[in-house]
Write a protein that binds this ligand. Structure first.
Ligand SMILES: C[S@@+](CC[C@H](N)C(=O)[O-])C[C@H]1O[C@@H](n2cnc3c(N)ncnc32)[C@H](O)[C@@H]1O
Length: 196
């Protein structure tokens, strides 16, 4: 880093990297409800991997699917960071615990308030649970959520809904996130592939 930059002080403390100047990351966890192991294994894996890539700390899976958990853990092992998947949770219990700890809950559904109309409000939350369904979501979910949010009021995919939401509510660019302890890191380049 530029030596002059290193001498800049932030609140009378020296900083070591440009990341120190950015706002702290929000704490985001994904709650996946209605997952059917045979039918949804691919899309739920993609929900988890997308959430991880964009900076979520983990995914709570309200179904029993140890194979899915180990597939995602395998990615974390190779590509770094400390994303976790908690298998077979009780979703109502997890929501209660999250709220008791001061968190808010954002349920993504095409029937909700359109994201652009709520994004400023959600951005103020530092501890956010994002809930996505698979099969029909129980009516009680709409009552427990602090926000029922549509990523556009048209049907599409939970992967797209998670990605767009995490991108729109982020303080810092989620695509710039770095993953510590990676065995594999891609060196970006215009053509070809380089992994170190
Ligand atoms: C493929 S949809 C199936 C929804 C189910 N048929 C129902 O009526 O509840 C699965 C999940 O994708 C997410 N989803 C799909 N379209 C969405 C949208 N436009 N906005 C927000 N979330 C959406 C929701 O979380 C939903 O539970």
């Amino acid at each position: 880093m530029d030596a002059d930059l290193c001498r800049i002080m932030v609140e009378n403390k020296p900083f070591n990297s440009l990341a120190d100047l950015q706002s702290p990351m929000k704490q985001i966890v994904i709650l996946r409800i209605g997952h059917r192991p045979e039918r949804d294994k691919r899309i739920t894996t993609h929900v988890g991997l997308t959430a991880r890539a964009l900076g979520a700390e983990g995914m709570l899976l309200a179904s029993e699917d140890k194979k899915l958990v180990s597939n995602i853990e395998d990615v974390v092992q190779r590509w770094g960071g400390d994303f976790y998947v908690k298998n077979d949770v009780n979703w109502k219990h997890e929501i209660k615990k999250w709220k008791d700890d001061g968190g808010k809950v954002c349920h993504l559904s095409m029937y909700g308030i359109n994201l652009p109309d709520a994004v400023d409000d959600i951005k103020r939350c530092d501890k956010l649970m994002i809930v996505v369904g698979a099969e029909k979501v129980p009516a009680g979910m709409y009552e427990l959520a602090d926000w029922n949010i549509a990523v556009g009021n048209q049907p599409h995919s939970e992967v797209a809904a998670v990605a767009l939401t995490m991108d729109r509510i982020a303080e810092n660019d989620p695509l710039k996130k770095e993953f510590e302890g990676a065995e594999l890191t891609i060196v970006p380049m215009e053509r070809g592939k380089r992994v170190v």
